[in-house]
Design a protein around this ligand. Structure first.
Ligand code: NAD
Length: 497
């Protein structure tokens, strides 16, 4: 469907093709004919249109996935994994092109877009390893009695994903779900549908049978139809906590397995013995990578005692960043307004703006921009101190002791990530054991537990049991069958007698 319209690897604006639904191995419009505009956030110009689906389209995709299920399930696991090996190879060959398109629809820098695709490839690699990891367990549980567990596909599965990692997050789900023998209906973010469109093409080229992977584009109504569809057996969601709650409750009504990863407010605790350069550079990279639009971004730095030299270094590096080159754009105008609102409100309530990204943009270019921002003397009860901003804003909260810092982290409703910066192992251990977060770091600003470890937070950052990536993902997209067996035929009753 697509071609290489984007030949120059630059940030120059190019319109793109329209994005349709991928159902049963064919591109189709939404049954209603409705579409929505996809904007390039760097230029705030229309890239194309995306199909706007309703329950009729979801039903069609689920029917295609149902029809493909028995054949795919009957395909041996090792053969299913071969598709993933080919997906990895194709994605690796097309890395630049995939990253380039992702950068255009999402607004990330080309380098960060490449990181997004590479992390996606790593998830595919994990899927390739399932034939070596995914065997069941068996044990003689009594004299002559054996119990065995097999992980079996659940049937038709669905995934709903956010805008901020257009390639990686769908690939948090697809490798394990597909290699397990399920068929899938993916609902990409309507703001960045093109990377998923490319994924459908890559899987097709890699030999995935038609109907095994389907894509329905759209928004709230599409997601509601997925939640309500009784044929779908498992649904994974990644997005804001507000929507995660709605999806979790609604999808569970039909008895589906559901895991919903939500929003975050990540705290980096810096103590006086922290190594200056490592800490300062790591905090900056964590706060402003992907313009702070990451669920693992440093949002709050808790400065314990006198860490002023580290703060000075963070301010210096941040002030020297070039917008458009070191940091990309913000996804849409509403997000720019929200982020700016948090900065305004914090300033009004007494925070000091050490670096001000308000009103900054790339010269001579429209688009959605906020420059990297640092707020000092933020308190945990200010919105900037406790709510998810999802933008390039680092709020510094001052604390007198490590215990006070840990208490601030613990009080926050989220629990995705937390990190401690120190050169003392005892301090590191003390903090990690007390953080209320599912993913902790020691001198690491973005403590993502990369494959084979599983990604997932605690508290309001996740609803449901288990994680979506790593082997937990395989468990989520399968159901265990327990078989207890006894063979005690009398010798003289067999065919041998
Ligand atoms: P979002 O919650 O607005 O949207 C996520 C998905 O839900 C999209 O596909 C969207 O179309 C759909 N949706 C939106 N409103 C809906 C509604 N009312 N009912 C049903 N579906 C709806 O999230 P976003 O703005 O695309 O992404 C940013 C959020 O995602 C942040 O909160 C971020 O922390 C979170 N996130 C979390 C993780 C994680 O692993 N915890 C990873 C990435 C992003």
């Amino acid at each position: 469907m697509t071609d290489t319209i984007f030949t120059p690897r630059s940030y120059e604006f190019k319109p793109y093709v329209d994005c349709k639904n991928w159902i049963g191995g064919e591109w189709s419009d939404a049954a209603s004919g409705k579409t929505q505009t996809v904007m390039n956030p760097r230029h705030e110009k229309e890239m194309g249109k995306v199909a706007w689906s309703d329950a009729a389209d979801v039903d069609r995709a689920v029917a295609a996935a149902t029809a493909a299920f028995e054949g795919w399930k009957a395909t041996p696991l090792k053969e299913r994994a071969q598709v993933l090996y080919r997906v990895k190879n194709i994605m690796t060959e097309r890395l630049d092109e995939l990253a380039w398109l992702l950068s255009h629809e999402n607004g990330k820098t080309l380098a960060q877009a490449k990181g997004d695709v590479l992390k996606g490839i790593e998830c595919v690699e994990f899927g390739c390893s399932i034939p070596n990891l995914g065997q069941g367990e068996q044990l003689d549980v009594s004299r002559g009695i054996n119990c065995a567990v097999t992980h079996e596909p659940v049937g038709v599965c669905a995934g709903v994903v956010p805008f901020n990692f257009p390639t990686m997050v769908p690939l948090w789900m697809l490798p394990q779900a597909l290699v397990a023998g399920n068929t899938f209906v993916l609902k990409p973010s309507e703001q960045v549908p093109y990377s998923s469109m490319r994924l459908a093409e890559v899987f097709k080229e890699a030999g995935l049978p038609d109907g095994v992977l389907n894509i329905v584009n759209g928004g709230k109504e599409t997601v509601e139809a997925l939640c309500d569809n009784p044929t779908i057996q498992a649904l994974g969601f990644v997005g804001s906590t507000k929507v995660a709650r709605i999806v979790y409750a609604r999808a569970a009504q039909t008895g589906k397995k559901v895991v919903c990863l939500g929003g975050a407010k990540n705290h980096l605790v810096v103590v006086p013995d922290a190594e200056l350069k490592l800490t300062a550079d790591t905090v900056v990279a964590s706060a402003y990578g992907c313009s702070g639009q990451r669920c693992m971004a440093a949002s709050v730095m808790i400065a314990v005692g006198d860490v002023q030299p580290i703060i000075d270094s963070i301010v210096k590096t941040t002030s020297g960043m070039t917008l458009g080159e070191d940091m990309g754009s913000i996804i849409n105008p509403a997000s720019v307004e929200r982020i700016t609102g948090y900065i305004n409100e914090a300033e009004k309530r007494g925070a000091k703006v050490l670096v001000d990204g308000r009103g900054k943009s790339v010269a001579g270019q429209p688009g959605n921009w906020v420059g990297p921002t640092i707020l000092d003397n933020v308190s945990p009860d200010m919105p900037a101190g406790c709510e998810e901003i999802f933008g390039p804003v680092l709020s510094i909260i001052r604390a007198k002791t490590l215990d006070e810092a840990i208490a601030i982290e613990n009080d926050n409703v989220y629990g995705n990530a937390a990190a401690i910066f120190t050169t003392n192992g005892g301090v590191a251990r003390y903090a990690v054991e007390r953080f209320s977060a599912g993913m902790c770091g020691v001198n690491i600003g973005v403590p993502v537990p990369r494959e084979p470890f599983a990604f997932g937070g605690w508290n309001d950052s996740k609803l449901g049991t288990g994680d979506l990536t790593g082997f937990d993902g395989y468990r989520f997209w399968t159901r265990p069958r327990k078989v207890t067996t006894r063979w005690e035929m009398a010798k003289d009753s067999t065919w041998m007698s």
